[in-house]
Design a protein around this ligand. Sequence first.
Ligand SMILES: [Fe+2]
Length: 442
Amino acid sequence: MNEQDVRRFLGSLRRAVRQVRLYPDGHPLTDEAVSAAETAAEAIIGADGEAALSIMDDAFYLNRSLLPHSSLEFNGLLHEMQARGIETVTLLSVVSRQDLTDLAAFIAGTTGDLPADGTVRLNERPVSRAELEAVPMSGLRKSYASSLEVLRSVTGSMATGSGFELGGVVWAVEGLLEHSLTQSSASLLLATVKSHDEYTFFHSVNVCILALTIGRLVGVDDAMLRQIGIGALLHDIGKMSVSVRILQYPGRLDQEAWKEIKLHPQEGAQAIMAAGGSGNEVAANVAFEHHARFDGTGYPTVTRSGPPHIFSRLVSVVDTYDAITTRRSYRRAETPNRALNVLLNGAGAAWDPDLVRAFIRMMGVYPAGSILQLQGGDVMVVTTQDDTDPDLVRGIRVKRAAGDFIEPEPVVVPIEHITGQLLPERSGVDPSSYLEQTESLP
Ligand SMILES: [Fe+2]
């Protein structure tokens, strides 16, 4: 099963639900979303003739497989569906567009009528709860999902001007801290998960995981790691005040727009200081300084007696790494290896050279989540560093040279067998979706 089709389906369905709420029946935007959902639905159904999309707890499943990425990415839609009492959506070939439109309207709550053509059926449970419960879902992934949820709620409160409590954030960081300690390779693999629509939230959780992992490596104690974690998770919270139009602008920004963006560290620090709870000074400082450079330049421009605080320097390194490896509306993603090179080139100027070195040592030449092409054309995802031999890369083979996805299998590959590096969107491989497989590896 390739989760990409399901993500396309859920993405189109989510769009259709929004359009149905905004526009009258038969609006072209709704039609466009429904027709995209139709194409994706047919791909999901494939040769089987039907497919069951189920919701249990906080996760989507397709037939008996957990959909890890979709569960994180379409969490909002998942909750909307749950609120409407939907546990299973069975899609039958050939799915009618009218049924998909009706499904969107039902989720949107604009109608109580179920799809009438019978190609989209609700709550006819072909997969039992017990079967779904038997599917392993990593505690780490749950922790990631909770952190996203906390960020959604924090920004939601900020948007309504009601302020937020640090309690939820502290709790989220606690979960990530625990998992990054016990499963650091798996954490790094999960920290490659991306979302275009909720870039800032996913990016913030990734930055938090990376900051906790590198923080621990350079000897920061647990109490301080918690503080860094809070700062890392909230470092971009000030972007709430920047307009979406500017944040997603596909071209070069003009001076006015830049001025607005450059306010986000201050805005974030203020919001953190205003939040209820204690011990928020370190976090506020991290948010304030995460775009300050090691050499004293960067923003916000303030007179400093030296470089930014070490915790801010640390977050700045991992913030850059995750940003570079993510596709944005104005530029493509770079490979993890390329991102490390950018850091190395800016070490001493933009970033603390000692921290850059420590980070590169931690990540290795091919960091977890790298997608590598091997001699002969097979494709693998790197899952962990091989501590015993730097010339070996460990991971999971996911595709054959012919381009077909295969049952994932563990591999250890000599570095000289690597012929190239691929990007997730080009290769269709989502490294983070192999997390559960990784955890069962020896
Ligand atoms: Fe930022």
